[in-house]
Design a protein around this ligand. Structure first.
Ligand SMILES: [Zn+2]
Length: 174
């Protein structure tokens, strides 16, 4: 599988809550798409939003994972100047893979985007799921974790401050 490397390439990110603590994270750019499963064993959306926010500070590389039970889907975000490289590795069994190096996994997604575009996509996905479900509805489906309001607000503040995005990214109250 070959991957497009387009630093300004489009990125669509859609977060779909399923029933009983499952979610699907759909990623697509101009040439590829991927559908990632996440269980509530980790606070998956919160981890994604926090990782995006971390890229505005000194942190150049950040990792987190979705627990797809049993697979580990490990996100690796690398910041170079204002470009974010996104690589997602799949490992067959999260119970043994967390200590393994990235190279032991299978890369199932790779793309590069401006930080502005990446954060915009993450914020838009979070906003959409909030608009659709609200705080109570979100927790009813995701069960173990509330909607990450504070993390989303932090990322919004950084994105508006540093990326000159024209949208307000206000969390709409349903
Ligand atoms: Zn934006």
């Amino acid at each position: 599988m070959s991957f497009a490397q387009a630093p300004t390439g489009a990125l669509q990110l859609k977060w779909e809550l399923q029933e009983h603590g499952w979610a699907t994270c759909n990623l697509s750019n101009d040439s590829h798409q991927a559908s990632l499963v996440a269980s509530y064993c980790t606070d998956a959306l919160a981890d994604l939003v926090a990782a995006a926010g971390g890229l505005y500070g000194q942190q150049r590389t950040t990792r987190f994972f979705f627990d797809a039970e049993p697979q580990e889907l490990r996100w690796v975000l690398r910041a170079t100047d204002a470009v974010i490289d996104v690589t997602i590795y799949e490992f067959p069994d999260v119970s043994v893979s967390l200590d393994l190096p990235d190279t032991d996994g299978t890369a199932i997604w790779q793309s590069a985007h401006s930080r502005r575009l990446f954060s915009h996509a993450v914020l838009s996905a979070a906003q959409s799921v909030f608009t659709e479900h609200g705080e109570a509805g979100y927790q009813a489906k995701w069960m173990l974790h509330p909607f990450p309001v504070a993390l989303v607000q932090d990322l919004r503040r950084l994105h508006l401050r540093d990326d000159a995005c024209g949208l307000s990214h206000d969390l709409a109250h349903p």
